[in-house]
Write a protein of this length. Structure first.
Length: 533
């Protein structure tokens, strides 16, 4: 059997093997999009390129047969740059959003589409769990948030945005009124202790997420009741104090300790906290600069000085967030700060390098043209937006809330989280806009069927064509068009159901870019997991 070397590592493989086979035997993850084991490689995507050291040629690993003595470079900066370029070229022609615009617009980055799907299914138990994965105070934010998520809602350009904030509040209010409000699971006790200074929105959110991570948390606040600036900035009408007390109380029911009426720096020396706790978070709003300097913390023009993205101060183990560092900010931004600071503190407590907060990778469609809006509206319920925002528990039923949730245009990709193009683009740091000068129109084929196809996401990998060709009971697929306009199509004007037949699930699972998927409203064919290598 021939022996080849990949990145100076020799490996013996069968004569019919490819460079990709050899790399996988060595445990090297060469990215592939158009390749599926057991099928003919089309070598169309070019993201699996490697360099042959003796000739200097760059070749696709999936279609290059091994020869004895072959020397290959795979995991080098040069090859990685080539793969990144291949990914960027594919993304330049990609029409779709990995993540819905509303998620990016929300400072806390809650999974809005999933919440809306669950509300649409009248599954409020799952909906509150989705909400509280990211938002510690949904009933409060549902009343005081200026709704940036709705400003990012694509339906705003048609007949008004989905009322995300009100639906979130409706679910949270129903949960509070249930008598058995949702308490998320907490990880096993870590043995670490964290002091949080301030029981405002930042401190409460941080305490919530830190406790969920398994840490013992004590919150110190100078006031008798938790809530911080929420008491001063909002009236009883805007934010009922009963709601504030009930939602804050759930955080303490998780095991967070509250020491109210305790001002750090007076009743409790700041040095005692740094000595007795493994980490300290300063989240007490507009902290007096004299106190900050007495605590040994650096001062910025807006408050306490921190490292951008990590919330670390100049004192090891001491973090700061919210208005203590920003001077002024929206309540939802304070809650987001608390969540992000808690993640940084948990990394610190477990000895991990603190990773700065980064926006997740996403291909972005951008502005939707008028004709494309019709395509989006076709995937959502034709339900008028409520004339008012009265989503009180006694003012709207679960079916009515479901109708409003069904107005969601489902802008995010159904393959988000499993798409290989998304995965490798993030891994290689691809820039989706690097080569984009324009884009094709957003179109969904077979809108009324159970299987749908978005040509704008297709990379012509040919996998679905090959898989469908195996079935005697399927009409099959083919390429139609010429040049850059070549796309997958169904012969004889057939439907996708006729084209795919019993192998529909296999084709959907094999699609590397989310171009082929089951309709979320007409999922008539059960999707079986397929191991894609």
């Amino acid at each position: 059997m021939p022996t080849i070397t990949i990145d100076d590592r020799p490996i013996e493989v069968p004569a019919e093997a490819t460079v990709l086979d050899a790399a996988r035997k060595l445990g090297i993850d060469i990215p592939t999009l158009c390749f599926l084991e057991g099928y003919k490689p089309s070598t169309s995507c070019q993201v699996c390129v490697v360099k042959l050291l003796d000739s200097g040629r760059v070749v696709p690993a999936c279609g290059t047969r091994v020869v004895d003595g072959l020397r290959v470079a795979s995991e080098t900066p040069e090859v990685h740059r080539l793969r990144r370029t291949a990914l960027e070229l594919l993304l330049s022609d990609h029409v779709g959003d990995c993540i819905a615009p509303c998620v990016f617009a929300c400072p806390v980055h809650m999974d809005v589409p999933q919440m809306l799907r669950q509300i649409g299914d009248e599954d409020h138990v799952s909906a509150i769990a989705t909400i509280k994965e990211d938002i510690a105070l949904p009933a409060i934010l549902g009343r005081v948030c200026p709704k940036p998520c709705e400003k990012g809602c694509r339906r705003q350009g048609a007949d008004g945005p989905v009322e995300v904030c009100e639906l979130k509040r409706h679910v949270a209010d129903r949960d509070l009124a249930s008598g058995k409000p949702y308490l998320p699971p907490c990880r096993p006790d870590s043995g670490r202790r964290v002091a949080v200074i301030g029981a405002g929105p930042t401190g409460l959110a941080a305490a919530y997420h830190l406790r969920r991570d398994g840490h013992a948390v004590t919150v110190f606040d100078a006031q008798e009741q938790p809530g911080g600036r929420l008491h001063q900035e909002f009236t009883e009408v805007e934010l009922p104090r009963q709601t504030l007390a009930a939602e804050a109380g759930l955080i303490f029911r998780l095991g967070v300790e509250l020491r109210s009426g305790t001002r750090v720096g007076r009743q409790v020396p700041f040095g005692d906290l740094t000595a007795q706790y493994d980490a300290v978070l300063v989240a007490c709003g507009a902290t007096d600069q004299a106190d900050v300097q007495a605590w040994g913390l650096a001062v910025s023009p807006r408050g306490i000085g921190i490292q951008a993205g990590t919330y670390e101060t100049n004192v090891k183990g001491v973090f700061a967030a919210g208005t203590a560092t920003r001077g002024k900010c929206l309540v939802v931004r304070s809650v987001a700060d608390g969540k992000e600071a808690a993640a940084a503190i948990s990394q610190f407590l477990t000895g991990q390098p603190i990773q700065p907060v980064q926006r997740p990778f996403s291909s972005r469609m951008g502005k939707v043209e008028p004709g494309e809006m019709t395509e989006f509206l076709a995937r959502a319920a034709d339900v008028p937006r409520r004339d008012n925002s009265n989503y009180a528990v006694d003012a709207i039923s679960k079916p009515e809330a479901a109708d409003q949730a069904h107005r969601c245009l489902a802008c995010g990709c159904p393959a988000h989280g499993t798409c290989r193009l998304e995965r490798y683009a993030a891994l290689y740091g691809a820039d989706p806009g690097k080569y984009r000068a324009g884009r094709r129109a957003f179109v969904v084929v077979n809108r009324a069927g159970s299987v749908q196809y978005e040509p704008g996401k297709c990379i012509n990998c040919e996998l679905c064509i090959q898989i469908a060709a195996e079935s005697r009971d399927a009409l099959g697929l083919t390429f139609v068009g010429r040049g850059f306009d070549v796309r997958v199509g169904v012969p004889f004007q057939g439907t996708l159901e006729e084209a795919l037949g019993p192998v529909a699930a296999k084709c959907v699972a094999a699609c590397p870019t989310g171009a082929l998927y089951f309709s979320p409203l007409k999922n008539l064919v059960p999707l079986q997991p397929l191991v894609v290598r």
